[in-house]
Design a protein around this ligand. Structure first.
Ligand code: 3PG
Length: 311
């Protein structure tokens, strides 16, 4: 019989908290680096369909190498697994490309402020499409989220409709990704890391043909030459950095999702956005009006109230 002494249990709990804290810190840091390189690349090379495809390609390649060299355990997955993964991958692909298109048109901070409204989409989809009911405080918490995002949108100095809609579509797609993901993960014995790896591979296969159709090699070649002539040969490293960091932050986020509840995850995701918003405003010298910042603060506060109300 395994009897855990109180001391031992406290030690295990502290170790678990430290581990999750470390996951969160790593997730946010990797995400900030991704967002900065992603925007640097998009400023010089405005082809979001290609850059979002490259992010998935880098992740897929890294994981295929890790499996081949046994750095990571190869997942044993069936056809059923891939079938269950397909709707998740469709939603992931749409959410990813839409967010990247958004960031190619507007400031990174603006995209992430709108993306902090994701809980509102989650409640509305669950209510109207799945018929799920929530307690009144949950609905009330949507008011600051929607109001804050709206205030930021109408006071944004460099507003762009495609940029705004991209972030909104990304919100909607990621809500579906999370709903399908929960269903798809049920009963499957695949680690968070491998689940995300398979998701990347399937999303890559889905996105690549569309990227070729929407942008295509001709545009890419011309754009690449312009970017390299402006930035220099180092430009290729920016592209590699945005692609690799995209995979790493998502992988760590899926690894932490393995350990925590979806609710803790969404609070962590909102805090991640605060670090991205603040650091991108500093690095890119984004002009922000006080009323614009107020909108962001109200929206983010709303997501915290939402997480409390949901608990
Ligand atoms: C993407 O490109 O997929 C988005 O930047 C991801 O947004 P996230 O912050 O919700 O992961």
């Amino acid at each position: 019989i395994n009897i855990e002494l109180p001391d031992e249990q406290a030690r295990l709990e502290t170790a678990q908290k430290l581990k999750i804290g470390l996951y969160f810190a790593t997730w946010w840091a990797l995400n900030v680096v991704f967002n900065i390189y992603n925007k640097k690349v998009l400023n010089a090379f405005p082809y979001p369909w290609l850059t979002s495809t490259l992010s998935l390609a880098a992740g897929s390649l890294m994981m295929l190498i890790s499996w081949a060299t046994k750095i990571a355990e190869t997942p044993k997955v069936s056809l059923e697994f891939w079938k269950a993964l397909l709707p998740v991958a469709i939603a992931h692909t749409i959410g990813h490309v839409a967010a990247t298109v958004s960031m190619s048109k507007v400031a990174v901070s603006f995209t992430h402020i709108i993306k902090s409204g994701e809980p509102a989409f989650s409640v509305l989809v669950s209510r109207f499409l799945l018929g799920e009911a929530f307690p009144l405080p949950v609905y009330l918490s949507l008011l600051p989220i929607i109001g804050g995002c709206a205030l930021t949108a109408v006071t944004e100095l460099n507003f762009d409709m495609t940029g705004f809609m991209g972030a909104m579509i990304s919100n909607l797609a990621f809500v579906f990704r999370n709903i399908f993901s929960k269903k798809g993960m049920k009963g499957m014995s695949v680690s968070g890391m491998n689940y995300y790896a398979c998701l990347s591979i399937l999303s890559l296969l889905l996105l690549a043909p569309f990227a070729i159709a929407v942008e295509g090699p001709k545009m890419w070649a011309a754009g690449w030459q312009t970017a390299v002539s402006q930035i220099g040969p180092n430009f290729v490293w920016w592209v590699i950095a945005q692609s690799v960091f995209y995979h790493l932050y998502n992988q760590v986020s899926y690894m932490s999702l393995d350990q925590i509840s979806p609710l803790t995850f969404s609070v962590g995701n909102t805090m991640k956005r605060i670090s991205v918003i603040v650091s991108s405003i500093i690095i890119f010298h984004t002009p922000v009006r006080p009323v614009n910042a107020l909108g962001a603060a109200i929206a983010i506060l709303g997501t915290f109230i939402y997480s409390q109300a949901k608990q």
